[in-house]
Design a protein around this ligand. Sequence first.
Ligand code: HEC
Length: 286
Amino acid sequence: MNARDQGSGIRAQVRSARGRVGRARQPLGRIGLLAGIGCLLVMAGCRQDMQNEPKMIPQRGSEFFPDHRGARPQVLDTVARGQLHEDTYFYTGTVPGPNGQREEPDLMPFPVTMTVLKRGQERFNVYCTPCHSRVGNGLGEIVQRGYKPAGNFHDQVRLSQPVSHYFYVTTHGYGAMPDYSAQLTPADRWAVAAYIRALQLSENATLQDVPSGTQVENLKDIAREENLPESFAEPWALPSTAIQALPPPTGQGTPAMAPPNAAYPKISIPVTKTAPTNTKPAANTK
Ligand code: HEC
C-alpha cells in the first residue's frame, strides 16, 4: 500500500463513519420527540395534583375518609408521642382523694432551685402582674382600670392554700381569671407557683427571718434615697377612679370572688358598687 492509497483509505473511513452517524441520528430524533410528547402528556396528568396538593388542611373536610373529616380522631388505646403523662401530679397538680374527689397537696413535684424561682419570677412578671401586680396584692394595672380585683396572695385565704392550688388555678382559670395553660408549660406553671410562695414569704417576712448581721433599711428611707415620693412606702390603695366589677350573678356557675381580707391592712378596696335599682326589669312575677 502506498502513501496515497493510505490517504484515500482514511478519507473513505471518515466518510463511512459520517454516513453511520447521519443514519443513526434520524431515528434518535424521532424517539426523542415521541418521548418528549409522552413526558408532557404524563406531566399534564401530574399538574392537577401538584396544583391542588392532596394534603389535609386543618379543620377542612376530606373526600378520602368515609366520615369526610380531615382531622382524624386518636386511635383508641394508643398514646401519641409526647402525650404519655405518667407523672399525673406533675401534669394535674392533684391527687385522687379517698372518696374519688381531687386533693391538692402542698408539695412541689420537683426540687425548687434558684433557677426555678428565677424562671417563675420572669414568667409571673410577664403573665400575672397585669392583674396581680408585681408584689401579688391583686391590684395590678388592669384592676386599677376596672377589672375584677385579682386574688391577693397575701391574705389569709391565699396564704393557707397549698402550692398545687396555684398550679391548678393557672391551668384551669378561676372565676374571672383566664387560664394560662396555653402560654405556660406545666414546668413553668409550677415555677410560677413556687415564686408565689416566695412572694408570700417576702411580703410577710419579719426581722427574725433576716440573717443576723444583715442591716435592714426602712422602706421610707429607701424611697427617699432613690428620689421616689414617700408615698411609695405607704399602703397600696386603689385610686378613687377604680371601678369594682359588680358581683357575678348567682346561678351561672361562676365562683364568687373571695372577699378581701379585712385583717390584711395593706390594701383598701373601694366599696362594691351595687346595681342601680331602677334598671331592674319591671316586676315579672305573674
Ligand atoms: C386578666 C387578669 C388576671 C391575670 C392576668 C391573672 N389573674 Fe389570677 N386572678 C384574677 C382574678 C380576677 C382572680 C379572682 C377570681 C375571682 O374571684 O373571680 C384571680 C385569682 C387568682 C388566684 C386565687 C385563686 C383562689 O383560690 O382564690 C390565683 C392563685 C391566681 N389568680 C394566680 C394567677 C397566676 C399564677 C397568674 C399568672 C399566670 C394569674 N393569676 C394571672 C385575674 C387574673
